[in-house]
Ligand binder design. Sequence first.
Ligand code: UFG
Length: 343
Amino acid sequence: MKILVTGGAGYIGSHTVVELIEAGYDVVVIDDYSNSNPSVLERVQKIVSQNDSADCGEISEIVEGDVCDYEAVKGIFDRHDIEAVIHFAGFKAVGESVEKPLMYYQNNLGATMNLIRVMEEAGVKRIIFSSSATVYGMNNEAPFDESMPTSCTNPYGWTKLMSEQILSDAAVADESFRPVLLRYFNPVGAHPSGLIGENPRGIPNNLMPYVQQVASGIREKLTVFGDDYDTPDGTGVRDYIHVVDLAKGHVKALEWSLKSDEQGCAVFNLGTGRGTSVVELVTAFAEINEVPVPYVIGPRRAGDIATCYADASRAEKVLGWKAEKNIEDMCRDAWRWETGREQ
Ligand code: UFG
């Protein structure tokens, strides 16, 4: 069975391609390498070639292209018998989205709409969409569950929420079209092989890559954004989830979607259901990896909420999926990747 993965060379995409292949699926990847590079997929090949199970799938084709490009996407559906799509491709930097909102709307919404159009023409009815816990906005109280009202505070978040809306409207218009919306909490860590992981360009926006760079001496110290939140130690609380668990959640969602006869759009949180503060994460990273991570306390970052963690029970009940790795696994694998990779 062949699955199209958009953004398959990206951080979450590449880990999902590994899990799909190991679960026996063949994969076609489209990626424009705007925030990744072709060597990622070579390393994905290396990981799966080390698995000698006869049931593994393979990468059928890698297309260097933009998901907004109709001809590029159409060509894939002409050449392959695609059963379902997993759609990761998109810009994801919150701060940049505030500076360049049109670029974000054009790219992220354009890609979602183009995919739906080509899928409709090809008669493909299953899509798993990469959404975010950011859609729970500032006004809900954790744990967040899928029925809570949604809102956003920045254009990146709006592109996720608007894509959810577009997919959900398309499912109303065609009841055989069955999108699955996966709302991720905070993906961290790397593949235990040390061959793939997150490698942000420039100064990292997110906590874990920043901590990795401080630990390896690329940056002098971490600034903790605020220690006066209403949380146990005053620093922000998030639901960190190992990227391999997250990738496995996609395979479960895909399997469920292919056999489910439930109509409409399905929504699932992918998180652990546990909150960890900034200082807890930094301390755990330093202890587990026996490496200093100096930090100072700075002011709050605009748009941050105090506490964000998932009610992850729906994914467990319906998909039979739950996160299995803990903070120690996340910190260890992130550090193995940071120290082992070719820079
Ligand atoms: N933080 C610091 N210092 C840093 C970076 C982050 O103290 O240098 C803190 C933040 O204030 C926050 C926590 O670390 O309390 C996590 O911050 P991240 O930037 O790693 O993650 P966010 O929770 O802000 O954002 C993530 C994703 C978004 C997504 C959002 C959904 O990056 O794409 O979760 O809740 F929209």
